[in-house]
Design a protein around this ligand. Structure first.
Ligand code: TA6
Length: 293
């Protein structure tokens, strides 16, 4: 067994050479590479690796609040906290039958945390890398024995793309969305794939559970499959907004797109003893479809 003390990030690797790296800071996936070593997630060249700030990129966890529509800091505190390895019972780290390597992380509120969000929760995050290179994040949030509480949630997923103007999203057609750029007013998406010519900051509502992000230039399609996450955040800051962010390079908006599995419109409410599960699986395929399998 390994000495987990003092290691602030864990690397999962599969026999084919794919890998994923998870930081105990924020429980944040900070890298996901395919079996050719290509990085599939965006990280800003000006990212600040200084707790409590979350690194600009990878997959920050937004909990217990998405955005700034509540009393907590933007996107809640989970991404700013130091998580622990959940080795009770000691995890196998590798499931021989499925070839999945995984790590289980745990976040529980400190006395300090309970002052700003007085709810006794346990948040278990499993990050796993399958033998086919797919990355999966499974969040299990339980109300230990306090009074009922509600939260919103997002896997704030920064996908790496070659050129945002060559990217389109399939699977969100005809859905309603809340537009963060227009006082979160509600609009309805037309019938064709979403493309990008300017800043986009939207929450698509009650989407189907399979979304495809097609990077035309790289002939690469990300397929997001999700459970327990009815909404999808789509965000690209474009040039003006990204120039206003210290940890975002001036032209980097062209190489990223946030597509987040989320639960935002209808916050999750847990009664004492209840548990919620939110699962996101990321795959990269070379063609553009969401197969039923
Ligand atoms: O919709 C995504 C969003 O809420 C944007 O408005 C932008 O603020 C982005 O998240 C990044 O937030 P952060 O706190 O990580 O800078």
């Amino acid at each position: 067994s390994k000495d987990w003390n003092g290691i602030d990030q864990i690397v999962l690797r599969n026999p084919q050479g794919a890998s994923a790296r998870v930081s105990l800071h924020g429980g944040q996936v900070t890298s996901w590479r395919n079996d050719r070593g290509e990085e599939l997630l965006f990280t800003s060249s000006k990212a600040i690796f200084k707790p409590p700030k979350s690194m600009r990129g990878g997959i920050p966890i937004c909990f217990p609040q998405f955005g700034n529509c509540g009393s907590l800091e933007q996107h809640g505190f989970a991404r700013s906290k130091i998580w622990t390895i959940d080795d009770n019972p000691p995890p196998l780290h590798l499931n021989e039958s499925t070839g999945k390597s995984f790590i289980d992380l745990l976040l529980k509120p400190s006395e300090e945390d309970l002052k700003c969000w007085p709810h006794s929760f346990e948040f278990r995050l499993r990050v796993s890398l399958a033998s086919d290179g797919n990355l999966a994040l499974i969040s299990r949030i339980r109300n230990i024995n306090g009074k009922p509480f509600s939260f919103s949630f997002a896997y704030h997923t920064y996908l790496s793309v070659s050129d945002i103007s060559e990217v389109r999203i399939e699977g969100l057609e005809t859905l309603d969305y809340l537009d963060n750029l227009c006082q979160r007013n509600r609009f309805t998406e037309q019938g064709d794939a979403i493309t990008f010519e300017s800043e986009v900051d939207r929450v698509y509502l009650s989407s189907q559970n399979c979304i495809a992000v097609l990077d035309h230039e790289r002939k690469r399609t990300y397929v997001l499959r999700k459970e327990g996450l009815p909404d999808v955040v789509v965000w690209n800051p474009w040039d003006k907004k990204s120039k206003s962010m210290a940890d975002f390079g001036d032209e980097e908006y062209k190489q990223m797109l946030c597509v987040d599995g989320a639960a935002i419109e209808k916050p999750i409410t847990l009664k004492p003893g209840e548990e919620w599960t939110g699962r996101l699986e990321l795959a990269v395929v070379s063609s553009s479809f969401c197969s039923e399998n």
